[in-house]
Design a protein. Structure first.
Length: 279
């Protein structure tokens, strides 16, 4: 798809001061499956929705551990995300080898932004078609950064990227004031509720298509998949538009009340007396 004669190469400016190839790369991020990041005063949580090309294939990996204190979640071209993840791992290893210390998260994000910027300036290359959420914890506390194909990066309190992520961002904006004082389980619960809003109408969250990454104070980077995700999903209505609870404990109480509630009366029984009165 070509918009005009100014979008054939990343080195060509349009008269309006735009580089269309970068905009196309940012559209690729919007086509990827959704991923969400949010942080409290002590932890950062990444929650991602995995896709599979068919029922015969496995789900694609969405969260990549980088170091003991850093992980990234991607949306867009998976191959570009793997390449950038490898670069980030190399930077962390170099820091530990040369300085004998963990690389600060902000310095790593600056390095990845510089690497992505080269592709937006050099003729004959294309921008990286992937957006990333970088979660980490260092001496300055928890961090959550968003990177874009335009090589911009932002320090965030919470963020959602990928397909249908606007609904998740709306939920995160409404609940933003609660995140700073949340426990780890409550933070994961909020992330899953936001991720649920990104689902297609005929899908639901399962332990197969959800991945959770956790890092924080006295907590090394760990990724939860499959059976490790199930306890968090059990405390949640996994269907899109399901009931929203403020915490896992409230969700468990709500589920017990629904099980104890008596069955609803038949529709005909409810309408019968009314029809008799009208007659």
């Amino acid at each position: 798809m070509f918009r005009n004669q100014y979008d054939n190469d990343v080195g060509t400016w349009s008269p309006q001061g735009r580089i269309h190839q970068i905009e196309y790369a940012m559209e690729a991020v919007k086509q990827g499956s959704a991923t969400i990041g949010l942080k409290s005063k002590t932890h950062v949580v990444l929650v991602a929705l995995k896709r599979s090309t068919s029922e015969l294939s496995s789900y694609q990996k969405k969260i990549y551990p980088i170091d003991d204190h850093i992980a990234v979640s991607i949306a867009g071209l998976t191959s570009d995300g793997r390449l950038l993840s490898k670069f980030m791992r190399t930077e962390c290893l170099n820091s530990r080898y040369v300085f004998d210390m963990a690389l600060p998260v902000s310095r790593l994000v600056t390095s990845i932004g510089d690497k992505m910027q080269v592709c937006t300036q050099v003729y004959g290359r294309r921008p990286y078609g992937v957006g990333m959420l970088v979660a980490g914890y260092d001496s300055q506390g928890p961090h959550l950064f968003q990177t874009c194909p335009s090589s911009n990066y932002y320090d965030c309190k919470a963020m959602a990227i990928g397909a249908r992520s606007q609904s998740a961002r709306t939920y995160l904006e409404k609940q933003l004031d609660q995140f700073s004082n949340c426990s780890l389980d409550e933070l994961i619960h909020h992330g899953l509720v936001a991720l649920r809003e990104c689902l297609p109408s005929d899908a639901e969250l399962t332990e197969k298509n959800v991945s959770i990454g956790v890092v924080g104070y006295q907590t090394k980077m760990e990724v939860y998949d499959d059976d490790k995700v199930k306890p968090y999903l059990d405390a949640l209505d996994t269907r899109k538009g399901g009931r929203v609870y403020s915490s896992p404990d409230e969700a468990e109480q709500g589920g017990q009340m629904e099980q104890e509630a008596p069955p609803a009366a038949d529709q005909g029984d409810q309408q019968g007396p009314q029809l008799m009165e009208d007659s």
